[in-house]
Design a protein around this ligand. Structure first.
Ligand SMILES: CC(C)(COP(=O)(O)OP(=O)(O)OC[C@H]1O[C@@H](n2cnc3c(N)ncnc32)[C@H](O)[C@@H]1OP(=O)(O)O)[C@@H](O)C(=O)NCCC(=O)NCCS
Length: 448
């Protein structure tokens, strides 16, 4: 820039800084999701409400990030409209449509129309729109075999069906070739008959069959709410099942939750229930810590666990900025790789956001708590203390009786948690020899 150039507006610098900070914040999730397979199901209500184009923009962005997508659309309001148009009465039992041959024709017409709309939306490429340069291929096909739901409680559901088999290999092959797979809620029997399926059954069966990482249900339900009316941003399968059996969730949310649980039990890592009405809901759910709907997962999502060699990259990314500003002492990368089993990590949906390490000095029954770090966006929720306690447990199990920490900026955190100031002479001899007199870290010690 030359001297005459106008000074940038403060507002511009702020905007720039916010943008960069935001992009850096989502980066770990981009890494975590790349190459994964997500099944995204959206109800016909989204199409009816005019939300298709916006959703397609978001999905093509996910596809550009290397996420493999299977889309399943619903068609309930469209089928309803066709029935009204033809003067055919709609019949339901226990909230499930009874599909006679007239209703099946309506379902086929509705699906055909929605499918074409989706394909058209993915084919847009106007310059200066989110779809410019997107080149997304969409493939549909006879991937699903169905069977009749049958007669239940004396009610014959006729051509209403359930999924019998999914051609997982064909779907995976199509995804591996870079296309998005699009499925309509119709399945075919080996005798060539068509059956009307529910979007949720189809999406859940496909997600389970292809072992997708995520099932995302975009419906009228805005997520699952507890007894106090608060939205649950995360639910374990166990808690979700307890809510269902206590009838603490009813109607559409219960229907969605039932399939979310079924998917997780069938090996899908996470199932998300989101409102389709929220513009950008899928992106917010996938790229922010709390999301916007409810995520169901087989175990508590925030996992504290022993680190594995796969975590080296995540740990380095986490501690790098703190090494750069001098909060943590710089560790050679090979050392972290070699000593990764000394670390415990906190992981959220594939993203490492906390770590700590234990370096034992067995002869002195002492151990060093090192590298305790929680990502700045997630500090203040008790995770630092949880990591510290986990290291204490590990130390006790290894016969260590006193734990020490060397810190330049975080002494009060440790003092508040039972550490006492000590001197370099109190350290094991080997550690004294390695003490960095330039850094002049404070030594804190705790009997455990
Ligand atoms: C220290 C650290 C791990 C705490 O993580 P955290 O998840 O926020 O911890 P918790 O939620 O359990 O505890 C938060 C408490 O720590 C306090 N705290 C955080 N950083 C602190 C610091 N540098 N000095 C003193 N106290 C600090 C907070 O004020 C808060 O206090 P409160 O309990 O009175 O509310 C985190 O701040 C961090 O990663 N810091 C940078 C790395 C570092 O300094 N590590 C220690 C060197 S080994």
């Amino acid at each position: 820039m030359n001297d005459a150039a106008p000074a940038p507006q403060v507002e511009t610098i702020d905007d720039h800084a916010r943008f960069v900070a935001w992009l850096r914040q989502v980066a770990p999730y981009v890494h975590a999701h790349r190459g994964r397979t997500f099944v995204v199901a959206f109800s016909g209500g989204l199409v009816e409400a005019g939300g298709l184009n916006r959703l397609v923009h978001d999905l093509s962005l996910l596809s550009a990030m290397g996420i493999r997508l299977v889309l399943v659309h619903g068609s309930r309001p469209q089928v309803q409209a066709q029935l009204v148009l033809k003067g055919v009465p709609a019949r339901f039992h226990a909230d499930v449509r009874i599909t006679d041959s007239a209703a099946l024709e309506c379902a086929k017409e509705a699906s055909g129309e929605i499918r074409l709309d989706i394909e058209a939306a993915f084919s847009q490429g106007l310059p200066a729109t989110p779809m410019a340069h997107s080149k997304v291929r969409v493939v549909s096909g006879n991937f699903v075999t169905a069977r009749p739901l049958g007669v239940i409680d004396g009610v014959d559901y006729a051509l209403t069906g359930v999924v019998r088999k999914v051609d997982a290999d064909a779907i995976k092959f199509t995804l591996a070739n870079g296309a998005i797979v699009l499925l309509s809620p119709l399945g075919f029997s080996p005798t060539g008959e068509a059956f009307n399926l529910t979007m949720e059954d189809l999406a859940c069966s496909v997600a389970t069959a292809i072992k997708a990482e995520k099932l995302i249900l975009l419906t009228e339900t805005d997520g699952i709410r507890g007894a106090d009316g608060e939205l649950k941003s995360e639910l374990s399968v166990q808690d979700a099942e307890a809510m269902l059996s206590a009838a603490a969730v009813k109607g559409d949310p219960a229907f969605n939750l039932k399939y979310a649980v079924k998917a997780c039990k069938g090996g899908v890592a996470r199932a998300h229930i989101l409102p389709y009405s929220l513009d950008g809901g899928v992106l917010a759910e996938l790229f922010t810590h709390d999301g916007v709907g409810t995520m169901v997962s087989p175990e508590n999502l925030e996992k504290m666990r022993e680190a594995t060699p796969d975590d080296v990259g995540g740990v380095i990314k986490l501690i790098e900025p703190l090494e750069a500003d001098g909060t943590l002492v710089k560790r050679p990368r090979e050392l972290i790789e070699r000593e990764i089993d000394r670390f415990v990590v906190l992981e959220h949906d594939g993203f490492i956001f906390g770590c700590a390490a234990l370096y034992p000095f067995p002869r002195e029954h002492m151990g060093e708590l090192a590298c305790l770090t929680v990502h700045p966006d997630y500090q203040g929720y008790g995770d630092g203390e949880r990591l510290m306690k986990r290291i204490e447990q590990r130390a006790r199990a290894a016969g260590i009786t006193s734990l020490f920490v060397l810190t330049t900026r975080t002494a009060h955190f440790f003092i508040k948690r039972g550490f006492r100031p000590a001197t370099v002479d109190d350290l094991p001899e080997a550690r004294q020899n390695m003490y960095n007199w330039q850094r002049r870290s404070q030594v804190l010690l705790k009997q455990i």
